[in-house]
Design a protein around this ligand. Structure first.
Ligand SMILES: [Zn+2]
Length: 177
């Protein structure tokens, strides 16, 4: 095309005449095509970034789940020898195993389990419920990151029932103070 001002030869894609700096009339199809190219480029980049982060998050979640499963298994394995040794009426759950299981149950419900710092057993309230020797209530606190990344102290109470096949959670109560 020719510049409407100085009549010098200009490329269709140029916005200004390089000789006289006069703005050139824009070919609408070309402008539209350029916009589409930009949208496609950013769209593709966005999809790639989202896919990358989704993959990273899923991998992280899978890792945490495996860790927790291992922790629960370890707890169970530790219980077995104790029970075999005592093999009396007093065999079965105790304050310590109830406290450890309550922590694992709470850990699994956290947004960021790796950030969790639990109150220790001396700070916990551990009691039997309903006169049932296998039903426990464990109350304590955990400091952990919430979905905004802020560390929040949550007081929890977990009711647990111990049966032949292991521990069962009967309910969780939590309070953010
Ligand atoms: Zn010109």
């Amino acid at each position: 095309m020719l510049c409407p001002n100085c009549k010098s030869k200009c490329n269709d894609e140029w916005k200004f005449c390089p000789k006289c700096t006069m703005p050139l009339p824009q070919n609408k199809l070309l402008t539209w095509r350029r916009k589409l190219k930009t949208i496609l480029l950013f769209g593709t980049a966005f999809v790639v970034v989202v896919a990358f982060f989704t993959h990273a998050i899923i991998t992280d979640l899978e890792k945490n789940t495996t860790k927790q499963d291992k922790a629960v298994q370890t707890t169970k394995n530790e219980e077995t020898p104790k029970q075999q040794k005592t093999s009396s009426v007093s065999s079965g759950p105790n304050n310590i195993t109830a406290f450890v299981m309550a922590k694992e149950i709470i850990r699994r419900s956290l947004k960021d389990p790796s950030s969790a710092k639990f109150g220790n057993i001396t700070e916990a309230a551990i009691e039997k419920v309903d006169g049932n020797i296998n039903r426990w209530r464990v109350a304590c606190y955990v400091d952990a990151k919430n979905s905004f990344g802020a560390t929040i102290r949550t007081w929890y109470a977990v009711q647990l029932l111990y049966q032949n096949d292991g521990w069962h959670s009967e309910g969780i109560e939590t309070i953010n103070k």
